[in-house]
Design a protein around this ligand. Structure first.
Ligand code: ADP
Length: 151
């Protein structure tokens, strides 16, 4: 069983994230979307709402699971029996930063990180852009997977 975890804050889960999961399912048996809980961070959506809305997107896809976790990502990965951490890359600039973290995670646990580039049309869509647009009252439905609601 090839199982990967895809960690992030997913506040909210965007079309960019959705495209990474789709790409991962092409070569993994199971993808666990791990919602990292960061106590000190103010978020747009509650953890419960993020779990519920992402689970709805994958209601017909038994190979995707959505779980919240706190603590180190490598500990969560080991707990879930996942041999791979997935990270989505929007631009080449992301890679340098992500490679450093991947290196640390490999040293800590032996778990490898797989980088996946998003489809170019989604590369500009980040959770923070969506949050900013919402702040100014814009309709963000074009950036979210179909049927996904936000608070
Ligand atoms: P984090 O705060 O850990 O970066 P995010 O929720 O912002 O969490 O993102 C989770 C993962 O999704 C990260 O690997 C991030 O690089 C990736 N990601 C974010 N936006 C996009 C996008 N538009 N296309 C592809 N990957 C993305």
């Amino acid at each position: 069983m090839k199982r990967a975890i895809f960690p992030g804050s997913f506040d909210p889960f965007t079309l960019g994230h959705h495209s990474i999961v789709k790409r991962a399912l092409a070569f993994m048996d199971e993808v666990i979307i791990g919602i990292g809980i960061n106590e000190g961070k103010r978020c747009l959506m509650s953890v419960e709402k993020r779990l519920e809305s992402i689970r709805k997107i994958y209601a017909d896809e038994p190979r995707v699971k959505v779980i919240a976790y706190s603590g180190l990502t490598v500990d969560f990965a080991q707990e879930q029996g996942a041999g791979i951490i997935l990270r989505g890359i929007r631009t080449v600039k992301d890679l340098e930063y992500e490679e450093g973290i991947a290196d640390i995670n490999r040293k800590l646990s032996g778990i490898e990180t797989v980088f996946l580039f998003t489809e170019p049309e989604y590369s500009a869509i980040s959770s923070s852009v969506v949050r900013e647009l919402l702040h100014y009252g814009k309709d963000v439905s074009a950036f979210l997977p179909e049927g996904m609601e936000i608070d």
